[in-house]
Design a binder for this molecule. Structure first.
Ligand code: ZN
Length: 265
């Protein structure tokens, strides 16, 4: 499964749902960093990073038309298994590209154990470095009949979503939820309960989803983080059709799942 500069290879078949492109060894004319992704029905799948070349399609002798694309563009349309494999390939290729040197002594690090560890080549150091995933919390805050949604400037017109942020060293997930909500909107929360998660390898996160109850409702939005945040009525969400004044997050997102499960309560 070739990866090029964080883009994945897919079949470019007009008018059909996108599919992951799997190439056999003989269809690849170039070496690159590889990592074993796993074995499915006696077939071993590897990620292959071709980021070091300018024209990666020239290095492939694919039997079908293929192209590199951003997984975020095609992810929702792929089967779950193909989506996970592409995400895995993208994530591990990214990790290798950012850990070429030892973080302890600065010597070169080389890939071992099927591409799942990098070891420092300095005999006096030999530090091992493992792929990492950064936890982020994403939370639907509500006060019973209204929920708190925010909006970032770069999002599509009208799109509002749940608040989110990275977990900091030394804090629990529940503390991260409370801190992020307070920092971004000045709202205080309690009753923080875990809901579900979604891997987010863009580049290396997992989103841990929560519901939380607001203890206070006065908003003071941190405009360095959010363009806007507001309380939205349950009835409005149930009746409103997406338009440029207000739209919900994407259907395949954990944010959407957090909102819809709350609406169903
Ligand atoms: Zn080292």
């Amino acid at each position: 499964m070739p990866v090029w500069r964080s883009q994945n290879l897919v079949l470019s078949l007009d008018g059909t749902a996108p599919q992951a492109a799997f190439l056999a060894r003989h269809e690849i004319l170039l070496e690159g960093e590889t990592a074993l992704l796993g074995i499915v029905e006696d077939c071993a799948y590897f990620a292959l990073d071709l980021s070091h070349v300018e024209a990666p399609l020239d290095a492939l002798k694919a039997q079908m038309p293929v192209e590199f694309t951003d997984l975020r563009r095609v992810g929702p349309l792929l089967s779950r298994q193909e989506g996970s494999l592409l995400a895995y390939a993208r994530g591990i290729a990214y990790w290798h590209s950012r850990h070429r040197f030892c973080g302890v002594c600065g010597s070169q690090a080389s890939s071992e154990d099927g591409g799942h560890v990098r070891r420092c080549t300095n005999p006096a150091c030999k530090s091992q470095h493992f792929p990492r995933t950064d936890p982020a919390v994403i939370m639907l805050v509500h006060d019973g009949d209204r929920c708190l949604l925010g909006r970032q400037r770069v999002w599509p017109p009208g799109m509002h979503s749940t608040l989110a942020g990275f977990v900091e060293p030394g804090e629990s997930l529940e503390e991260a939820v409370a801190r992020e909500v307070q920092e971004e909107t000045a709202v205080l929360v309690d009753q923080v309960t875990y809901h579900s998660s979604q891997p987010w390898p863009f580049p290396a996160s997992i989103m841990l989803g929560f519901h939380a109850r607001a203890r206070t409702t006065e908003l003071r939005v941190d405009h360095s983080e959010l363009q806007d945040a507001r309380w939205v009525d349950r009835d409005y969400l149930l009746s409103h059709q997406d338009d440029d004044s207000f739209r919900m997050p994407r259907r395949d997102s954990i944010a959407r799942r957090l909102i819809e499960d709350w609406l169903r309560r």
